[in-house]
Design a protein around this ligand. Structure first.
Ligand SMILES: C[S@@+](CC[C@H](N)C(=O)[O-])C[C@H]1O[C@@H](n2cnc3c(N)ncnc32)[C@H](O)[C@@H]1O
Ligand code: SF4
Length: 415
């Protein structure tokens, strides 16, 4: 998943007061470091999946008087303006090492629209030699021609939302594609020259049986992708799924089942040569890891453009207004479309380093922990939650049991 969907606490800031968070050329200029990434948020979907609370809008949720095309065009114009402003604010920002177009449904833009997005990033920042350029795509809005078009435009990686190979699971999730479409799309992407293709899975959907999950994993392996993300279904407040669970129509995911599912996923993927490198991510070797997401987990700098996108540069973090209309209006008025933001203290940054790094297979150098944290890490290593050999070598690395209890281990290390 490219960015957290968490709705940041709105602390009453007037939208578009970016200077309060240091978003001025004086304060931010020159702060972006070598691992600089650009995230672009496409806030549109054809329909909404019942479990999803990402910042995305369907045609029904947007002004009925405007066509989908005019929303897309307005968004693209706003994006170009925001990226131009970003380049001016950051001054001598490095070229983008990674670009990630996420959503929402970026494939709704078509190959030409995604080419225009990448051109806007090139115009603003330029791309570093060998940059990773990813886009998320929904299986049903892709085709062989689409993949050929985005490959020509300069994309290097595709991430497809497969979720499951079982028709009854896809129905509970309100997915629009047939069970086989994601695998076919992955093959089409590979045939178009994409070496790096990811499939997203969701596990723990009400009604999913172990044999359904196993069949999904077999389908993933048959697609011969080099990356898999697998997420436990989260019942997000305010979603159609949450309402169905509350009414008793669907059972919420059960913790023991989720743990068994995770073990099955890890066994099958590891057995096929896809090693875990973050609690929810597996890759066929170091080259197959998503460099953009590694930037988030390794305290990198990135500019997130588009409605609701989050950014982080040099210890300043901010997020954009969520609605595309408000986003366009602020940019039209010559302002950055910022909702709110904060400066991170050294303590905040230390806490985030523990939370994010501990979830990666590289782990966390134990000398970044305080005395109490090191004692807790030692106990976690003795208790089978951290790898004892890595711990002896000065790193806190989760064992598989530790990965199942990752949030709890983080809490102990930060206590
Ligand atoms: C925001 S989506 C964007 C990708 C694309 N729109 C799609 O659905 O194919 C990124 C991924 O987040 C995951 N996701 C979204 N909401 C989730 C939830 N409530 N629980 C678990 N995974 C979720 C899904 O696996 C999805 O593919
Ligand atoms: S298609 Fe993707 S972004 Fe859109 S509602 Fe479904 S999961 Fe969310």
């Amino acid at each position: 998943m490219a960015q957290e969907s968490v709705d940041p606490a709105h602390r009453g800031a007037a939208a578009g007061e970016p200077a309060r968070f240091g978003l001025t050329a004086d304060e931010l200029g020159g702060r972006a470091r070598a691992s600089f990434g650009v995230y672009v948020h496409v806030p549109f979907c054809a329909t909404r999946c019942g479990y999803c609370d990402f910042n995305t809008y369907t045609p029904d949720e947007l002004d009925a008087g405007s066509s989908a095309r005019s929303w897309l065009e307005g968004w693209l114009e706003g994006l170009r303006t925001e990226l131009g402003q970003a380049a001016a604010v950051l001054g001598d920002a490095p070229r983008a090492e990674t670009v990630f177009v996420g959503g929402g449904t970026p494939s709704l833009l078509g190959a030409d629209g995604l080419a225009a997005v990448l051109q806007a990033v090139r115009d603003a920042f330029g791309l570093a030699e060998g940059a990773e350029v990813s886009t998320e795509s929904n299986p049903e809005s892709t085709s062989a021609e689409f993949f050929a078009g985005i490959r020509d435009a300069g994309y290097t990686r595709v991430s497809l939302g497969m979720q499951s190979a079982a028709a009854h699971v896809l129905r509970v999730l309100d997915r629009q594609h047939t069970p086989g479409r994601a695998v076919t799309a992955a093959r089409e992407a590979r045939a178009a020259g994409f070496e790096h293709v990811n499939l997203d899975l969701i596990y723990g959907t009400p009604g999913e049986r172990p044999e359904d999950l196993r069949a999904s994993l077999e389908a993933v392996l048959a697609a011969e992708v080099d990356h898999v993300s697998a997420y436990a279904l989260t019942v997000e407040d305010g979603t159609a799924l949450a309402r169905r669970v509350r009414r008793g129509e669907l059972a919420p995911p059960d913790e023991d089942t989720l743990a068994e599912d995770y073990e099955l996923i890890d066994d099958v993927l590891e057995g096929a040569g896809l090693g875990w490198y973050e609690v929810s991510n597996w890759a066929a070797g170091a080259d197959a890891r998503c460099r953009h997401n590694l930037g988030y987990w390794h305290d990198g700098d990135w500019w997130g453009a588009g409605p609701g996108a989050h950014s982080h540069v040099g210890g300043v973090r901010w997020w954009n207004v969520k609605h595309p209309a408000r986003y366009g209006a602020l940019l039209g008025a010559g302002q950055l479309p910022v909702q709110d933001g904060e400066r991170l203290t050294e303590e905040d940054r230390g806490t985030e380093r523990v939370m994010l790094r501990l979830r990666t297979s590289e782990g966390l150098p134990t000398d970044e922990l305080g005395d109490a944290g090191r004692r807790a890490a030692s106990e976690a290593a003795a208790g089978g939650l951290l790898d004892p050999a890595a711990f002896d070598g000065g790193r806190a690395v989760l064992t598989r049991r530790g990965r199942l209890l990752a949030d709890g281990v983080v809490c102990r290390l930060l206590a």
